[in-house]
Design a protein around this ligand. Structure first.
Ligand code: FE2
Ligand code: FE2
Length: 175
């Protein structure tokens, strides 16, 4: 990747990212908007926009993690673990940004966009399928088909598309 691409967002919302779950789709669209705001930010507002993205991502991931706990996933399932790693990386990026490494934050934002598109289309898509098969109502938290749950707690991402590699975004923050 060249730095020439870092001032344009690598992901834009489109119906192809929709998962037939309005609450989830609205959250993903808002996340992509916040990510674009970071990628396009001047230096003066980069870190404040990054902080807003972290807050939104915390709520986004907490909601999905809770849905998983409510529908038969183990607390340490790989989808939730990936959420945890990404948030850790984003917070590390914020700290590094405060030390003056703004290019690192920009690089991370770009990589996060690539990761997000993949995550939506793999782990989140599997989760949405699981929730729909269970008749889960994201607004009320009710489950109309509990018989669809596995007999044992689910440790994988639940959809056969388990990808435990968060990609270059993690490497960026850890180098
Ligand atoms: Fe998500
Ligand atoms: Fe997710």
């Amino acid at each position: 990747m060249t730095t020439a691409t870092l001032d344009s967002t690598p992901v834009q919302w489109s119906p192809t990212l929709g998962l037939e779950m309005p609450v989830m789709d609205d959250t993903h669209e808002a996340c992509i908007d916040l990510l674009a705001a970071v990628v396009e930010a001047p230096d003066e507002t980069l870190l404040s926009r990054w902080a807003l993205l972290i807050d939104h991502t915390q709520e986004h991931f907490d909601r999905e993690d809770q849905w998983m706990l409510d529908t038969g996933f183990a607390p340490d399932n790989c989808h939730s673990s990936q959420h945890s790693i990404i948030l850790q990386v984003m917070r590390e990026g914020g700290k590094r940004g405060l030390l003056g490494e703004l290019d690192l934050v920009r690089h991370m934002a770009y990589e996060l966009g690539l990761w997000l598109a993949n995550h939506i289309q793999s782990m989140d898509a599997a989760l949405a399928l699981h929730l729909r098969s269970a008749g889960f109502d994201a607004v009320t938290g009710s489950v109309s088909h509990p018989q669809a749950f596995a007999s044992e707690a689910i440790h994988s991402c639940g959809g056969g598309s388990c990808d435990t590699s968060p990609g270059e975004a993690v490497q960026t923050a850890r180098c």
